[in-house]
Ligand binder design. Sequence first.
Ligand SMILES: Nc1ncnc2c1ncn2[C@@H]1O[C@H](COP(=O)(O)OP(=O)(O)OP(=O)(O)O)[C@@H](O)[C@H]1O
Ligand SMILES: [Mg+2]
Length: 276
Amino acid sequence: MLWRELDLSVARGEFIAVLGPNGSGKTSLLRVLLGQLGLSAGRARIGGAEPRAGHPDIGYIPQQRTIDAGVQLRGTDLVGLGVDGHRWGLGLRGRAERRRKVAAAIADVGAEKFARAPLESMSGGEQQRLRVAQALVGDPAVLLCDEPLLSLDLASQQLVSGLIDRRRRDHGTAVLFVTHEINPILPLVDRVLYLVDGKFRIGTPDEVMTSAVLSELYQTDVDVLRVRGRLVVVGTGDTMDALGTAGAHCHGDPGTPHIPDPAGSDSGRQPRQAHT
Ligand SMILES: Nc1ncnc2c1ncn2[C@@H]1O[C@H](COP(=O)(O)OP(=O)(O)OP(=O)(O)O)[C@@H](O)[C@H]1O
Ligand SMILES: [Mg+2]
């Protein structure tokens, strides 16, 4: 079992960072919300309904894999997969609208120069930018991002996190952002979900990223230092990027992660102020 009694509601426009060591269940949480993985107990809701595969209101940036050699997909094709065909129809107008959306999403991530090349010829960072474009092109109400900044240089990290931040502010998109490195997104984060070994804490970065909370989660002495606006986590044998392993296999109720209907009762709610 990965988590017990996890109860999380994500508001419209909210930016939640999901942290935790390898194997703590971060990707699994996203896969539950995508309808790719069932819960052994408990309930998940997204957009007011059971998770299901291919939900048009959900954007997903998968944990990075290299594109298999031999897959003859161009960048523009990948981004086009993120456009919901039903919404635009297949007529001439629909096709033109689709092309316009794809081009705009590609421009947003600054990928015009290489988007028409085969994916397998691109660098990891170039592929990653196109994955981000694919996730955003469908105008999602919920955005699930699995380590989206991995293999991006600093400028691209800022570009991508800025795009995601703008989307949730302008469109009220709720964001679950899995990361091993909180510093690049710290100013954007409303709340942190920290998973370790079947245990978790949810709260603002100030509430969760403390020596006391992390020492309790990790069951060992952990120091959280604040150095010039950055968080440095010490005492886990490594930096925050590799906080040890947490197999997290036990028995019990994994609880109920759920996300409210983005168009539902709280739809008038403004995005929260970014945490500073
Ligand atoms: N379908 C599945 N059924 C059972 N166990 C699974 C399944 N998928 C993943 N696991 C296991 O669940 C644990 C959590 O995996 P998950 O991929 O969610 O971790 P993670 O927090 O994303 O780790 P990382 O930081 O390495 O990406 C792992 O031990 C993994 O082997
Ligand atoms: Mg993962």
